[in-house]
Design a protein around this ligand. Structure first.
Ligand code: NAG
Ligand code: NAG
Ligand code: NAG
Ligand code: NAG
Length: 663
């Protein structure tokens, strides 16, 4: 009974060994092989024996020992194995060393080195007959130390790395023609290693995948393996990777002792394309989506930036405007000049829009930019034409219009920059700086000279229509300059002015202008008269509160009537003034703002009086007629000037509505 059990146990043991003599892996699963070093099995079943990182090695062994002999001193059984591999190197010069099919006494090579030692030996034990290592190397680097024939060869290694026999990688196709194979091509190829135990012959055959096993082996070596292979051995692979971009894979593996290794099911092997995509460059697979994402978002950002910038600096430019050439400014330049229309650059705000100070980027000229909003495009052409005709006016007492720019809903007018701002700031509302009489007199003469130029000195008659202290600007030398031609009208010399909608500022409007709607040189003279009184008396033409002296002209007239015209002067002037000049200016102011246009002097005469070229006629001779009939008109308009401006109907002309609003 005991004997029977013993036999059964030993029989079972023999059976167990017999089962272990054959296996096949059509792709690998995690945990099936014993791995170390850089070796790992990928999710899709590839055995990866090393990847990229510098000098590294990897080992993979079938977990169980294989019995190769009947007894320790017996001869080695026949065995056969086949596997499919793929080696890759992105850079030919940085390739790894290769992959070796091994039969070894242990599941690993403790103390071994990578690179030329292929992860199997080190400098002390390489070639040692006690190693008991059999290998078939697929070597991709030529190591002269081990007499390699080239950098793309197959060799049979016995206990060392100096191959017992080797050959350049390739195969004998049908008809016996030899074809080279490149081991690091990244293409899958199949290897067969067969040992015939009776003939003591090792055959190694190589072929591209899907090519049937060639009849002629690549390598054939007669060798008694009995002294090398022990009774029980482990089979597997060793690999040594080189540098970045190399990788070694085994796709499938079949092995058998005493028989022909079962054929691999090639169609079931993991796909190599996935090597390229997923495995060969983990850096790229992880990095690439981020890089692509980054590039795309940067692209989107820059497109958004460019589009926003384009919209930000968008202008309206029509064909007809090209004729104006240099008068047309680029919005971008104006934007830069005014530092993006910053509040710090704001010079003033009115109902018409804002005025900003700026410095042109290239020429460094100081400018003032007026932004006028407009909705309609109608009449724009005529308006721009007119603006630019006015832009051609050149006189030292006129603020030059340098050009314009047009955007959607916005017109920008570019003027010379006047560092000292508008005159009204020096006259009313507790000014910080008060102009003395001689400065005021100079401004008056300057403005008179500028207005004469508009009326008589240019190719067309220009009616300014809005002469008042706030439209007189002071340059660096405190010279008065006539600015803001927003309401100006042009007509040819010798023709009659057209009727227009009444526009201007209340208090400066001649009575007949309000009646007939015609703006003439004479209506400008009227406003100039009011301006003279304004400068001399230092107050607005119409006082806000209803008082006896609400209307400046009436008040000055009453002073004159009492024979004390100088009492009307600005008290801030003190006693420092030239009496004759002041009297002349006050009287001239009354004369110019006479209700009868025929009684007003021309600007030529005004200038002659101011210069003292011609004595001014005595006011008394016309005094009886100084009835300021427009007074009636003011009675029901005694309200703040700003709201009075709005009392005027907005004109239907775009041009007027554009620029008269808020005045
Ligand atoms: C095996 O060979 C060794 C010498 O190589 C010898 O010492 C030993 O006795 C032999 N064993 C058997 C079972 O033949
Ligand atoms: C070489 O390998 C052998 C065997 O694993 C080991 O005993 C020895 O220490 C190693 N030598 C060196 C220098 O690493
Ligand atoms: C095969 O490779 C060898 C050496 O690498 C070379 O001499 C030979 O020309 C090659 N043959 C073909 C057909 O490419
Ligand atoms: C192979 O070697 C073993 C032991 O070294 C020996 O017993 C056997 O006869 C040899 N076979 C041949 C064919 O030389």
């Amino acid at each position: 009974m005991f004997f029977k059990i013993l036999v059964l146990v030993s029989l079972l043991a023999v059976l167990a060994y017999a089962q272990e003599t054959s296996f096949v892996y059509n792709g690998f699963k995690l945990g099936e092989l014993r791995l170390d070093g850089m070796a790992w099995v990928t999710s899709n079943g590839l055995l990866n024996l090393g990847y990229d990182v510098k000098q590294q090695m990897g080992h993979a062994f079938h977990p169980d020992p294989v019995q190769f002999k009947n007894s320790p001193n017996g001869s080695v059984f026949s065995f056969s194995t086949t596997f499919v591999l793929a080696n890759q190197a992105q850079y030919a010069t940085l390739r790894g060393h290769g992959i070796v099919f091994v039969v070894a006494p242990q599941r690993g090579f403790p103390g071994s080195l990578p690179s030329q030692y292929l992860g199997m030996f080190n400098q002390t034990n390489v070639g040692d007959p006690t190693n008991h290592v059999f290998g078939v190397e697929l070597d991709t680097i030529m190591s002269t130390e081990f007499q390699d024939i080239n950098d793309n060869h197959v060799g049979i290694d016995l206990n060392g790395l100096t191959s017992a026999k080797s050959a350049p990688a390739g195969y004998y196709a049908e008809g016996g023609k030899f074809k080279n194979l490149t081991l690091i091509s990244g293409k899958a190829m199949q290897v067969w290693v067969d040992y015939d135990g009776t003939e003591k012959q090792i055959n190694v055959t190589l072929a591209p995948i899907k090519v049937r096993k060639p009849n002629t082996p690549l390598l054939s070596l007669t060798c008694n393996l009995s002294s090398i292979i022990n009774e029980n051995m482990y089979v597997g692979f060793s690999s040594s990777t080189g540098s970045f971009g190399t990788s070694h894979h085994v796709l499938g593996w079949s092995f058998m002792v005493n028989g022909k290794a079962q054929a691999l099911a090639l169609s079931q092997l993991p796909k190599l394309s996935q090597i390229n995509k997923k495995e060969t460059s983990k850096v790229l697979t992880i990095g690439l989506p981020w890089v692509v994402l980054l590039v795309i978002s940067m692209l989107i950002l820059s497109v958004v930036y460019v589009m926003r910038r384009k919209r930000k600096f968008a202008e309206v430019l029509e064909d007809w405007e090209r004729d104006y050439g240099p008068h047309r400014f680029k919005f971008k330049d104006l934007y830069i000049a005014t530092k993006g229309f910053r509040n710090q650059e704001l010079l003033g705000t009115g109902g018409f829009g804002q005025v900003y100070r700026g410095i042109l980027p290239t020429s460094k000229i100081e400018i003032a930019v007026k932004r006028v909003s407009h909705e309609s495009r109608q009449g724009m052409r005529e308006f721009v034409a007119e603006i630019l005709s006015i832009g051609r006016l050149r006189h030292r007492n006129i603020v030059s219009l340098l050009g314009y720019c047009r955007r959607k809903g916005e017109l920008l007018l570019v003027y010379d920059y006047m560092p000292n701002g508008s005159l009204d700031k020096y006259l009313y509302n507790q000014p910080k700086v008060i102009l003395n009489w001689s400065q005021r007199f100079r401004v008056i003469k300057g403005v008179a000279s500028g207005l004469l130029y508009l009326h008589e000195g240019w190719e067309q008659v220009v009616i300014h229509r809005d002469i008042k202290a706030s439209n007189i600007l002071l340059d660096a030398d405190l010279n008065g300059r006539l600015g803001d031609f927003g309401l100006a009208r042009l007509y040819d010399h010798g023709t009659d002015p057209q009727t227009t909608h009444v526009a201007g500022t209340l208090g400066y409007l001649a009575p007949e202008h309000m009646r007939t709607g015609k703006a003439t040189r004479s209506t400008d003279v009227f406003a100039f008269g009011v301006f003279l009184l304004e400068v001399t008396c230092g107050r607005r033409p119409v006082k806000i509160r209803d008082a006896e002296d609400a209307i400046l002209v009436d008040w000055v007239f009453s002073c004159w009537d009492r024979g004390a015209i100088l009492e009307a002067r600005d008290p801030k002037l003190g006693a420092e003034f030239v009496e004759e000049e002041m009297e002349l200016v006050l009287k001239l102011g009354l004369m110019c703002s006479h209700s009868d246009p025929l009684m007003r002097p021309s600007m030529r005469q005004v200038l002659q009086y101011l210069e003292g070229d011609i004595p001014m006629p005595e006011l008394s001779s016309i005094g009886s007629r100084l009835t300021f009939s427009h007074h009636e008109g003011f009675d029901d308009l005694a309200m703040p000037p700003s709201s009075m401006d709005k009392a005027f109907p907005q004109s239907s002309s775009v041009v007027e509505s554009l620029l008269s609003g808020g005045r």
